[in-house]
Ligand binder design. Structure first.
Ligand code: CP
Ligand code: NVA
Length: 319
């Protein structure tokens, strides 16, 4: 039996494991030295076929803080970039390193790597999903809504017992393109059970395969073309770039999405204590106005920091 655990999509973890990760992340955030020996002697490869600031650096720092050795690899400098098949790269690397974080294009590519690598693999973003990001996002939401900082295991566990109830009762409204972030919210909803509305222009809809995977697991979400209605009484408003990496700059698509910019009207329709999140990088005055972005920037940069703590908890569990 292959007992290797991967995190290629949200569905690779149970809800219980996700709450364990959030609980552990709270402790790791309160004490950056905690978990210092977890990855002692382990070499973790970071293979990035697309650009990255947050994911690359937070994983690199996270491996180092857990006592492991991160090895960053760019296809520009690897034979992978000259056409060496990913299954050969995987078979070679598995003889050198103990785990891998991969950012790539098709989900099938990371899945193929994982089959041949036979050691834990974490998805650092594909065209389909961004699962490490979405766990950091829900951690940030939970932190903001529970207004708790948990510095002891007992406090973290007690708080996390309530987290399910807090999260289940939230309304989260995602604005913009039906991309890897939208798909990640859809899959997280199927596991954690909050109310999810996707606000997007007429003619846009959720990825059909992602929607059917969510339905199989009892997930539910709404798609709305009415941006003020979608935001009504929301606890969380979130968005992402209109054009994702690997897509062509598509003016027609941007023009269609433009009316769905998050502005004061959207925020005004949400609950008074709404928070705004963005995985970054942001395109100011495209998906969100500069004013809204700056007003909520403390949450957005907390969200960016939380990548580190949540990913350390994921790595402790998988590596
Ligand atoms: N949010 C995110 O994944 O950022 P990077 O592209 O900088 O890694
Ligand atoms: N949807 C964006 C997310 C970047 C972190 C992209 O794939 O480019």
């Amino acid at each position: 039996m292959n007992s290797v655990r991967n995190f290629l999509s949200v569905y690779d973890l149970t809800a219980g494991e996700m709450y364990d990760i959030l609980s552990r992340a709270a402790l790791l955030k309160a004490d950056r030295t905690l978990g210092g020996g977890y990855l002692k002697g382990k070499k973790i490869g970071l293979i990035f076929e697309k650009s990255s600031t947050r994911t690359r650096v937070s994983f690199e720092v996270g491996v180092a803080e857990l006592g492991g050795h991160p090895i960053f690899m760019s296809p520009r400098d690897m034979q992978l970039g000259r056409g060496e098949p990913i299954k050969d790269t995987a078979r070679v690397l598995s003889r050198y390193i103990d785990g891998a974080v991969i950012r790539t294009f098709e989900q099938a590519r990371i899945e193929e790597f994982a089959v041949y690598f036979k050691k834990p693999v974490i998805n650092g973003l594909t065209d389909l999903y961004h699962p490490a990001q979405i766990l950091a996002d829900i951690f940030t939401v939970y932190e903001a809504k529970s207004k708790m900082r948990n510095s002891t295991k007992k406090a973290a566990d007690a708080a996390l017992r309530d987290a399910g109830d807090i999260i289940k009762n939230l309304k989260i409204a995602y604005f913009g393109d039906a991309n890897n972030m939208a798909n990640s919210w859809i899959s997280l909803q199927a596991v954690m059970g909050f109310e999810l509305v996707l606000a997007m222009p007429d003619g846009f809809k959720a990825d059909e395969w992602v929607a059917s995977e969510s339905r199989k697991r009892g997930g539910r979400f709404a798609v709305s073309h009415d941006k003020i209605g979608a935001a009504k009484d929301a606890d969380v408003i979130t968005t992402d770039v209109f054009i994702s990496m690997g897509q062509e700059d598509n003016k027609e698509k941007i023009d269609k999405l433009k009316p769905f910019i998050i502005d004061d009207g959207v925020i005004g329709s949400a609950k008074k204590d709404v928070i705004f999140l963005h995985c970054l990088p942001v395109h100011r005055n495209e998906e969100v106005t500069e004013a809204v972005f700056e007003r909520f920037s403390p949450y957005v940069f907390e969200e960016a920091e939380n990548r580190l703590h949540v990913q350390k908890a994921i790595m402790e569990m998988l590596f």
